[in-house]
Design a protein around this ligand. Structure first.
Ligand SMILES: [Zn+2]
Length: 408
């Protein structure tokens, strides 16, 4: 029968045959059995061995044919392996205890990269949870088989789930621009779990880490990465600076509330945006506001002056400029700017490390936007595990199981 040979060919069965194909309750059911001439393969080590016994029948969901669900049925055998003892035989169309065939996992996971998991379920007629299992199979395979390569620069960032109620620490490989690790919370333990996973040798190999001025991260890095230079991330520093500027605006707007409530209304982005990104309307408003003697204008000028710091090529010159800027900020009579300046001063050495190893989380910025898109698309990422799965799947650049037949 034609369907039998399609199944045999697409799964490239070598040690198994198709016994029969039937139609049961609107599904195509494919019964498989072992080819008695072949020896069994151990699922643990891949060695050949002889049969021990047969386990009870199992069923796998397979790629639907013409929109009709397909189920594979087979009774796995156990093999007597000289290495491992009594083990289940290797089954070429699946891995582990998954109730999905490997091709089905790959098909669903491939679509899941492009559209929401729920939609993938609707297209193929599966429950959301089946799609999740498929992605998990592919991600598990990818994590087990990925090459961590020459890990020298890593970048640490955080993203939030559940509208900012739960944080996830994201660790990126800055050279390969891929997600290396995602862990719940942003404590020292979160990072240490990654360092445990990497092992001592890999940790010692890491040359630089780029992250925010966040004490729990700093503690873990100093403790576990003996050879890594700590570089405080430019983008995080700028974000702190913008927060300070915005604080000045809010305080001033509050003070002007009774006499001139309209003056600073909706001016937030005028002060925070890069000047060259302003719209014509915003530019006109800015030049009007600049004529007034406003506190926010002083904060704005400090923010713009800080930009020059990053342009230096030599650390010593950058430091000189930073000293100068520190003096301006601390004499600005603007508390948020002064607080920011002191924070910079406390972390000055690690900020200046930027001029030794020119790394920042800029590469990560695009990835983090992707992470945000993944989390927004996230109907149903209620658990940390599922959220992580989606992140690894979308950003891990993980290797995927190779199928002999192309189903998508
Ligand atoms: Zn074995």
């Amino acid at each position: 029968m034609l369907v039998e040979s399609i199944v045999r060919n697409t799964l490239r069965l070598k040690r198994h045959c198709v016994k029969k194909v039937t139609e049961e309750y609107g599904e195509i059911v494919v019964y498989l059995f072992p080819d008695g001439r072949c020896r069994l393969i151990c699922s643990c080590c891949g060695r050949k061995g002889s049969g021990y016994d047969t386990l009870k029948e199992r069923r796998w969901k397979h790629v639907p044919l013409w929109g009709i669900p397909v189920t594979l049925v087979y009774s796995p055998r156990r093999v007597e392996c000289i290495n491992c003892g009594i083990k289940v035989e290797a089954i070429p169309w699946t891995q582990g205890k998954s109730p999905l065939s490997l091709p089905l996992s790959v098909v669903l996971a491939t679509w899941s990269k492009m559209v929401a998991w729920k939609v993938v379920g609707q297209i193929f007629g599966f429950h959301w949870n089946t799609v999740r299992k498929a992605v998990k199979n592919v991600v598990d395979y990818g994590l087990a088989n990925r090459d961590l390569g020459d890990l020298i620069y890593i970048g640490i960032d955080e993203i939030s789930r559940k509208k900012g109620h739960v944080y996830h620490t994201q660790v990126y490989d800055l050279v390969e621009k891929r997600l290396l690790w995602s862990g719940e919370n942003r404590t020292s333990e979160t990072l240490e779990a990654l360092f445990d996973y990497l092992g001592k040798d890999r940790c010692e190999h890491i040359e630089a880490v780029c992250c925010d001025m966040w004490a729990p991260y700093i503690d873990a890095i100093k403790k576990r990465l003996p050879n890594a230079l700590l570089v405080f991330d430019k983008f995080h520093i700028v974000r702190h600076l913008l927060d300070a500027v915005d604080k000045v605006r809010k305080e001033e707007a509050q003070k002007l509330k009774s006499e001139n409530p309209e003056l600073l209304k909706k001016s937030r982005y005028i002060w925070l945006k890069n000047p060259w990104n302003l719209t014509d309307k915003q530019r006109v408003r800015l030049s009007d506001l600049e004529k007034l003697n406003l506190k926010i204008n002083r904060a704005y000028l400090l923010k713009e002056a800080f930009r020059k710091f990053w342009d230096y090529s030599y650390q010593a010159w950058a430091k000189k400029y930073l000293d100068q800027w520190f003096w301006w900020a601390t004499h600005s009579r603007l508390k948020p700017m002064r607080d920011f300046a002191w924070m910079i001063r406390r972390h000055q050495d690690d900020i200046l490390n930027y001029f030794k190893v020119l790394i920042d989380n800029g590469a990560v910025e695009g990835l983090n936007n992707k992470a945000k898109a993944i989390s927004h698309r996230a109907y149903g990422y209620r658990t940390a595990e599922t959220f992580k799965l989606a992140l690894y799947h979308g950003m891990g650049k993980l290797p995927e199981p190779q199928l002999t037949h192309k189903f998508v």
